[in-house]
Design a protein around this ligand. Structure first.
Ligand code: NAP
Ligand code: MG
Length: 496
């Protein structure tokens, strides 16, 4: 598991000006001058204040993005790419500050971050967005397609991974020539603001990336409702995703949606458990399970059930819980509401008849007493229809379900509303291929999780089937999603 070294103090005022967000390259307060406190979820200590932006601030930001659009759209894609490379370089140079800023506002331990690498990947795509030449009915006619940016696009991101979310949802549209208004979550807005500061320092022109902080019901709701927005991306809960989609429908604009999951870890009878078990535990403990792709359900063949539960339990007991600056595996949950949600699910699981093997409650003794710390919890005897097997908990809660044959494993795996990611653990290549095809998920890993991490695949598309959403981020064609196709037909035939 990831560990951290000695605590290093973080001087937030040196990274970000107080109580301002970014519009037209200027750090400005909210029109209302109101602010929101940002707290360290491990201690409850206020670490910064950000503007409580609302509809008027969103309007300012959209106008700023509209003003920046013509020049940015007409900037050579090669130059756009160079500026994004420079942004990636600055991110790499300030990696330590970015990681610690995200750690302190989200509460997770510091660990390696993928964002500079993702930014570099997207920068390299800026000048590789191609149109087509079309076959024509006459040699005197030339038909072609141009890929043009949409214009001003909006992004709403959640609090669980603000660094990666900022990059995934702003860098591709910017690289493709759009300008952006980003609304980060009230609980974790600092990393987004700092990344935007670095974008500005990299030379990405003022107004190309604007960040408005504020509550979801105020600044968030105003963004997809603004008539100047031409496309949206949203990552978060299904309920808010529905509201954003309704607003997009009223404005008749497209949307990319990522709404979480209930991702299965399918353990086949021949699985390499020594490889599978640490990965399964890491997948649900990472960021205290507040990860849309968390492997929150283990589907184990009945022949392995006893051994798997025993070994998972031993590892759950060994999970080190604490603050981001200590060598721990897991921090607190983000806020009181999320803590209540997770504790409610622990009660629901008990009532439904699942058996708690490890954990099951809040950590209340010092050093946990001031934060939203919940024990990593292992539920056994979970049945597919139970709510803890169906609903996204977004906490360090793992459910073990048993199956007897491959068809049953597939039925359980596919038996939720979600379809974000899945893992298959097996040494049998035939079963791996069959299951990878049959599982309904936007991403299926075999003998690893996600894209395989630092040694895994590059440019791996990410996004959901079913109610996990639609649209993919980060694939080789991701920039194209932020362009619209214009067909051009040129009649060059001589006048008769
Ligand atoms: P959420 O309400 O979906 O929040 C996500 C983002 O949407 C935040 O920036 C939020 O702003 C904003 N927002 C809230 N209401 C809005 C509205 N009416 N219009 C536009 N934007 C709005 O999620 P949450 O309340 O933070 O978390 C609740 C649950 O959602 C979690 O327990 C988890 O199950 C799920 N979730 C999933 C993901 C994921 O990666 N798919 C991420 C986070 C949460 P504010 O936070 O500033 O209000
Ligand atoms: Mg929220």
């Amino acid at each position: 598991m990831a560990t951290t070294t000695a605590p290093v103090p973080l001087d937030i005022p040196s990274l970000l000006p107080d109580s301002t967000h970014l519009i037209t390259g200027e750090w400005v307060p909210a029109r209302s001058r109101s602010t929101i406190d940002v707290a360290n979820p491990a201690t409850g200590t206020v670490i910064a204040r950000v503007p409580r932006g609302a509809a008027g601030d969103i309007d300012d930001a959209v106008r700023s993005a509209e003003a920046a659009l013509p020049a940015w759209r007409d900037t050579s894609p090669a130059v756009r790419g160079e500026l994004l490379y420079r942004w990636a370089e600055l991110v790499r140079e300030h990696d330590d500050d970015i990681n610690r800023l995200e750690a302190i506002e989200v509460g997770h331990p510091v660990g390696p971050s993928p964002i500079a690498a993702r930014l570099t990947y997207l920068a390299g795509k800026a000048d590789k967005v191609l149109g087509d030449t079309l076959p024509t009915r006459s040699p005197n006619v030339l038909g072609l397609t141009l890929r043009e940016p949409y214009g001003v696009v909006g992004a709403i991101i959640p609090w669980n991974a603000p660094g990666p979310m900022t990059v995934f949802n702003t860098a591709a549209p910017i690289a493709a020539g759009n300008t952006v208004v980003l609304k980060p979550a009230e609980d974790a807005p600092l990393t987004a603001l700092y990344l935007a500061r670095l974008a500005l320092e990299a030379g990405i022109p003022p107004g190309v990336l604007n960040v408005v902080t504020g509550y979801g019901s105020e600044a968030g709701a105003a963004l997809p409702a603004h008539p100047g927005i031409r496309k949206m991306s949203f990552t978060g809960s299904p309920a808010t995703g529905t509201a954003v989609m309704e607003a997009c429908a009223r404005n008749l604009i497209p949307l990319q949606l990522e709404l979480g999951g209930k991702s299965p870890q399918i353990v086949l009878p021949d699985a390499d458990l020594d490889k599978a078990i640490p990965a399964i535990v890491r997948s649900i403990v990472m960021n205290s399970g507040q990860v849309c792709a968390a492997g929150s359900r283990v589907l184990v063949h009945s022949s392995l059930h006893g051994r798997l539960v025993e070994e998972l339990a031993a590892r759950f007991r060994a999970v080190r819980v604490g603050t981001w600056d200590q060598p721990v595996d897991m921090g607190p949950l983000i806020n009181a509401r999320q803590e209540k949600r997770v504790l409610d699910y622990l009660a629901i699981g008990r009532e439904e008849g699942a058996e708690i093997v490890v954990g099951g409650g809040k950590l209340t003794e010092p050093p946990y007493s001031e934060g939203y710390f919940v024990e990593p919890t292992l539920f056994d005897q979970v049945r597919p229809e139970m709510r803890i097997a169906q609903e996204e908990i977004f906490g360090p809660v793992l459910s073990v379900l048993t199956y007897d044959d491959e068809d049953e494993a597939v039925a359980i795996a596919n038996g939720t509303r979600y379809g974000l990611t899945a893992t298959v653990w097996t040494r049998d290549i035939g079963r791996a291929v069959r299951l990878a095809r049959r599982v309904e998920a936007g991403q299926v890993a075999v003998n690893t999780v996600g894209d395989g991490g630092p040694t895994g695949s590059i440019g791996t598309p990410f996004g959901g089937y079913k109610n996990s959403g639609f649209g993919r981020s980060m694939g080789h064609d991701y920039l194209e999603d932020w362009t619209q196709v214009k067909a051009v037909v040129i009649d060059a035939s001589p006048t008769r």
